[in-house]
Design a protein around this ligand. Structure first.
Ligand code: FES
Length: 261
């Protein structure tokens, strides 16, 4: 009887490609557009935070909402209330910026987009990255991305406040274009928030039997449909919040007037 010898394991090696990529399509276009889009959001955000024209009855600019201190104009205060009193005198947006900002910064979709467009890590599929080694999100500081779920809880509250601001604007000024700009923005911000991967996990993650949890199953089905559009909602809500914020500031500065206000 002949004995068969086990085959030696095949050692797989990376292909020795001398150039950065073999791709011949315009792979650089998507990271470039992403870089420009995210940069415009950052530049606008810095300007909006320091600009003081954030309120004109009944509109409040989304970047400045909720307004929580007595330094906010009276009509701008959330529920006419100033829970943090008068110790805070800096722009209102600076106080709450960390919550929506942290939510977007740690978002799974935005992570992918800025890892590609800002850190080029890698800039696109099958394109070599400039960094020598890759440690992923296992170490400080990127391990902090895991707090995304907690930012999600805060984003739910901020989304509801923006919806409240928009409803208030429509009630007080139903013919004002600004009211409808705020409504569209509130819808996009809230659908983006609900489409979050953490929300999908919270609604029905770890369930073994959907049949025993029909309500959670329905919620999960709804969130999953939104989740499939998460990337689109991320961009749409990012632009809508900039447009709505800019719009209110232009009205507050007197640059736009009725019927456009
Ligand atoms: Fe994008 Fe949560 S994954 S907001």
């Amino acid at each position: 009887m002949t004995q068969t010898t086990p085959e030696a394991p095949v050692r797989r090696q990376r292909a020795q490609v001398k150039v950065r990529t073999l791709r011949t399509d315009r792979w650089w276009l998507a990271p470039l557009l992403t870089f420009l889009g995210l940069s415009s959001f950052l530049v606008y955000g810095v300007w909006a935070i320091i600009d003081n024209s954030y309120f004109v009855e009944p509109y409040i600019a989304p970047f400045a909402s909720p307004c929580l201190s007595t330094s906010c104009e009276e009509g701008a205060r959330l529920f006419g209330w100033a829970p943090i009193g008068d110790w805070y005198t800096l722009p209102p947006g600076l106080l709450i910026l960390g919550l929506p900002g942290g939510f977007r910064l740690t978002c799974y979709y935005y992570r992918k987009s800025y890892y590609r467009s800002f850190w080029l890590s890698p800039p696109a599929c099958a394109v070599q990255e400039p960094h020598g080694k890759y440690t992923g999100e296992r170490r400080f500081p990127l391990i902090l991305q895991n707090i995304h779920r907690y930012f999600f809880y805060a984003a739910i509250v901020i989304g509801l406040i923006l919806a409240y601001d928009a409803v208030l604007a429509v009630v007080h000024k139903p013919l004002g274009l600004g009211s409808w700009v705020l409504i569209v923005n509130a819808v996009l911000i809230n659908t983006y928030t609900l489409s979050c991967h953490s929300c999908r996990h919270i609604t029905a993650g770890r369930l073994n039997h959907f049949s025993r949890h029909p309500l959670r199953y329905r919620a999960w089905t709804f969130v999953s449909k939104l989740n499939a559009k998460h990337q689109q909602l991320a961009w749409a809500s990012m632009f809508s919040v900039m447009i709505a914020d800019f719009y209110v500031r232009m009205v507050a500065k007197g640059i736009l007037a009725f019927p456009f206000a």
